[in-house]
Design a protein around this ligand. Structure first.
Ligand code: ADP
Ligand code: MG
Length: 255
């Protein structure tokens, strides 16, 4: 019996049903002791293969996304962010805009939850099977500039180009020279027809021109991003400041 079982496990492996191969002995035992029908047995075995595969795919997508931290939409407290209505929040969470390749521009001062919201939407997209890539603007420029020289940058950009949703965090935090602006424009151009982009920034599009420098490139970038886009203004006090932990006492919640 052991030899047959081993042969069968190898067959399953060579058919790349590796997860089924791992559990088949246990499932056979269970089937025998619980008197399963053939159909039940096969269902259990194939079901296990499929579930584990999906889990592994999701783990991979999560790793590729390279989120700096994981905060979900469920953890986003709407009462703390009055500028977004529950209806708008639900619409964003449903991700139909992703299929329609809409872009999302999240604007607002530091600490209002732009990055949290972007990551929460990114996580939701990963749960639903989309590929997501997160990168800060600073990192993105560096990665684009080193694409020719480092494998790491090449790999990172490959993930970005293959993603259905690309989050570019803290846009225009730094001034760009014309070479950088050109590289950025080319990437946006590539993504334009293949992905949705979430941009977060503490400056509105009218200020971007000053930071990108070249007005022609700024217009071209804005044109592509704004074509199908929704701008969300997040206002209010910094969540960090309100919920900061004090040196002198317990957590303080200030109004
Ligand atoms: P921003 O990117 O706008 O500077 P973050 O998204 O980094 O701000 O938010 C700062 C911190 O405050 C994070 O830890 C985030 O989880 C938390 N935070 C901000 N807004 C909310 C909110 N509405 N509900 C729950 N946590 C929030
Ligand atoms: Mg942020």
């Amino acid at each position: 019996m052991n030899v047959i079982l081993e042969t069968m496990q190898n067959q399953l492996k060579s058919l790349t049903l590796t997860e089924a191969a791992k559990v088949v002995p246990t499932i056979i035992q269970q089937a025998e002791s619980e008197d399963w029908s053939y159909i039940q047995f096969l269902q259990k075995l194939l079901g296990h293969e499929q579930e584990r595969r999906e889990e592994k795919q999701m783990e991979k997508r999560l790793k590729w996304a390279a989120f700096p931290f994981q905060k979900t939409l469920q953890e986003f407290d709407l009462n703390e962010q009055q500028s977004l209505s529950r209806k708008q929040f639900t619409q964003l969470s449903e991700l139909n805009w992703l299929d329609q390749m809409f872009n999302l521009i999240l604007l607002g001062p530091p600490g209002v939850g732009k990055t949290h919201l972007a990551i929460g939407l990114g996580l939701e997209a990963i749960y639903k099977g989309y590929k997501v890539a997160f990168i800060s603007m600073g990192e993105l420029i560096h990665t684009l500039k080193t694409e020719e020289i480092t494998r790491r940058s090449q790999a990172r950009l490959k993930r970005i180009r293959e993603a259905n949703l690309v989050v570019i965090d803290d846009l225009m935090f730094m001034a760009m020279d014309s070479k950088e602006a050109n590289l950025f424009f080319h990437l946006i151009n590539e993504l334009y027809n293949s992905a949705s982009i979430i941009l977060t920034s503490n400056k509105g599009p009218s200020d971007w021109g000053d930071l990108i420098g070249d007005p022609a490139i700024t217009t071209a970038i804005l044109d592509r991003i704004a074509h199908r886009s929704e701008i969300v203004h997040l206002n209010g006090d910094s969540y960090r400041m309100k919920h900061r932990t004090s040196i002198f006492g317990e957590k303080t919640v200030q109004k």
